[in-house]
Design a protein around this ligand. Structure first.
Ligand SMILES: NC(=O)c1ccc[n+]([C@@H]2O[C@H](COP(=O)([O-])OP(=O)(O)OC[C@H]3O[C@@H](n4cnc5c(N)ncnc54)[C@H](O)[C@@H]3O)[C@@H](O)[C@H]2O)c1
Length: 327
């Protein structure tokens, strides 16, 4: 079996690649290294530096490697940038997805996994399940919503099955110490915590403290990247075995406020300074997952659902990455 993984030089992609290689699967990575990182590229994978918008390139990869399964992660995901430059998100995330799908015409591709986002739900009171009508707020969320629509449309046209995973907030790093989150520009809270953990005087900014939530800060559902990786393996196996498409939330079903998470960090870094700043556009007050469907379908029991461990795992990676990068 060979699997094409777009965005395989990125944070989540490199974890999935590491696991697939461990399972002795032939992996082809297509990544333009826009936010991907050379150090995250698995040496045992076939790496092609290129763009999902390059239809001829994608077609030739599908053909020469006999690709039956694609895991499509390549995307831009800077929520603030998407508001300033929505065209970039339409070109890269929406047109890019469509071009990738069009390249599957007359190929042997039978399964596609697409990384969507919980942001397509908009603001939610209580745990959200997969039947909730999407209400994307913000241009990044909208690009993911349109991506889902394209996957469904072309699945009928080209006769492949799909697995749409709606990730909640992904954090942490692989136990191997070889892959983790590198890109800093997204403003992900746990990545920021990891960066600050290495500083003498740590400072964390909290954006908004008067949201209609328990303590006024945003509430999110954090999933460890290793559990998310497991879900992709289960997803591929499910598609191959059952030949049935699915849409699934990937979260733990527990909402932590930003302040909850920062307070966990404060126990590790006693001199932490917390600064409150004004709200960021596109941040909904609260979103966390209803996990019933994924638990039932995949008989899934998460292994890393502990916010302390997630934070410590991200900090450990930050230390390793900084050490090797400064050599
Ligand atoms: N990190 C999260 O918390 C989170 C949450 C929800 C959804 N997602 C989705 O997961 C996927 C992976 O995100 P990540 O956190 O690993 O980010 P990332 O930036 O580390 O990975 C994205 C990868 O895609 C590559 N890429 C982007 N555009 C490309 C193009 N046109 N052609 C080829 N390669 C391209 C980048 O170089 C990068 O390696 C994305 O689709 C993102 O929208 C992530």
């Amino acid at each position: 079996m060979s699997i094409l993984i777009t965005g395989g030089a990125g944070y989540i992609g490199s974890h999935i690649v590491e696991r697939l290689i461990k399972n002795k699967i032939k992996v082809i990575i297509l990544d333009n290294l826009n936010t991907g990182h050379k150090k995250l590229i698995n040496k045992k994978a076939f790496f092609i530096r290129g763009d999902i918008n390059d239809k001829n390139l994608v077609k030739s990869i599908l053909k020469s490697y006999n690709v039956k399964t694609i895991i499509h992660l390549a995307a831009c995901l800077n929520v603030n940038e998407a508001e300033i430059n929505p065209q970039k998100y339409m070109e890269n995330n929406v047109k890019g997805t469509e071009n990738l799908l069009l390249s599957c015409k007359n190929s042997i591709v039978k399964n596609i996994i697409f990384s969507s986002s919980c942001s397509i739900y908009g603001n939610i009171n209580g745990a959200v399940n997969e039947n909730k009508k999407p209400n994307p707020e913000g241009k990044y969320a909208y690009s993911k919503y349109l991506g889902e629509k394209l996957i469904k449309k072309y699945s009928k046209k080209f006769n492949f099955k799909y697995g749409i995973f709606r990730y909640f907030n992904v954090a942490g790093a692989s136990n191997s110490g070889k892959v983790g989150e590198v890109e800093k520009s997204y403003g992900h809270l746990i990545k920021n915590i990891a960066i600050q953990s290495l500083k003498k005087k740590a400072v964390i900014k909290i954006f908004g403290n008067n949201y209609p939530t328990k303590d006024g800060t945003c509430v999110r559902d954090y999933i460890h990247v290793s559990d998310l990786t497991d879900l992709h393996i289960k997803g591929i196996n499910y598609l191959i075995k059952n030949k049935k498409s699915f849409i699934l939330n990937c979260g733990y079903g527990k909402g932590y406020s930003v302040l909850n998470v920062v307070n966990v960090f404060k126990k590790i870094k006693k001199n932490l300074v917390i600064i409150y700043q004004k709200k960021r556009f596109g941040d909904v007050p609260q979103v966390y997952s209803n996990t019933k469907k994924i638990e039932k379908m995949f008989k899934w029991k998460p292994k890393h659902n502990d916010i302390n461990k997630i934070i410590r795992s991200a900090i450990r990676w930050e230390k390793i990455f900084n050490k090797t990068n400064n050599k």
